[in-house]
Design a protein around this ligand. Structure first.
Ligand SMILES: [Zn+2]
Length: 223
């Protein structure tokens, strides 16, 4: 694999992206997102805005290492906070993977995937990105996306809980571009990414590499 593609797939470069407010995003994704937002506003007064688009390897590493260190909350499947000191390293690893991607293995590295909310309901600083918030506060947005996002090339890779990454109704992906990147994201890319990194729990991750790849990286909704 070319170095450049490896870097792109694993969040080590953003030269393929353009800026969009505080965010970085692929040019075509931005165009389609803006067209979709315009339609949602016209149809139903929904204001689709971004919580996040591109996230770099370094940023994902900070999130990851903070969670391992107990500096950021780790939740169980019922939304209750876990005490990292009460877990084995392996339990900790799999608890974090439910809600956070490994650095270099997030779809947010590509500039094709977006976390969205409805700014007519609440402001960005109050958005929690939880399933209950999504189903209750943002039900209108979700319904509109169900009906319309496909027309603009978007779908939800984490529409349901498939036993790996938990359900994320707010996460949408521009499949004309993300599909190709997903196909290039091989086990070899994943392995090299972890080997090159200095992430917390690196040894354990290398030990569990195949299982993590199957369960959390390629285990997404088909489109
Ligand atoms: Zn997301």
């Amino acid at each position: 694999m070319e170095t450049n593609n490896f870097d792109l797939l694993t969040g080590r470069t953003h030269t393929h992206l353009e800026s969009f407010g505080d965010h970085l995003i692929q040019a075509e994704v931005k165009r389609q997102f803006l067209a979709m937002s315009k339609k949602a506003k016209e149809d139903d007064e929904i204001e689709i805005k971004l919580v996040s688009a591109f996230r770099s390897f370094e940023k994902q590493q900070i999130i990851w290492n903070d969670k391992v260190a107990g500096h950021r909350k780790i939740l169980d499947d019922n939304g209750a906070e876990l005490d990292p000191s009460s877990l084995t390293e392996k339990e900790l690893l799999y608890a974090i993977l439910r809600f956070s991607a490994l650095p270099g293995a997030s779809r947010h590295h590509w500039g094709t995937d977006l976390d969205v909310f409805d700014a007519s309901i609440k402001s960005k600083k109050d958005v929690q990105l939880t399933v209950s918030e999504s189903l209750e506060d943002f039900s209108h947005l979700n319904h509109w996306l169900d009906q319309n996002m496909n027309d603009f090339g978007f779908y939800r890779p984490y529409a349901q809980d498939l036993g790996g990454v938990s359900q994320e109704p707010w996460h949408i992906s521009y499949y004309p571009h993300s599909k190709a990147l997903f196909e290039q994201y091989s086990f070899e890319v994943f392995k090299e990414n972890i080997q090159r990194s200095q992430i917390s729990l690196k040894g354990l991750v290398l030990n569990q590499l195949d299982e993590i790849f199957q369960k959390f990286v390629i285990n997404i909704e088909e489109r």
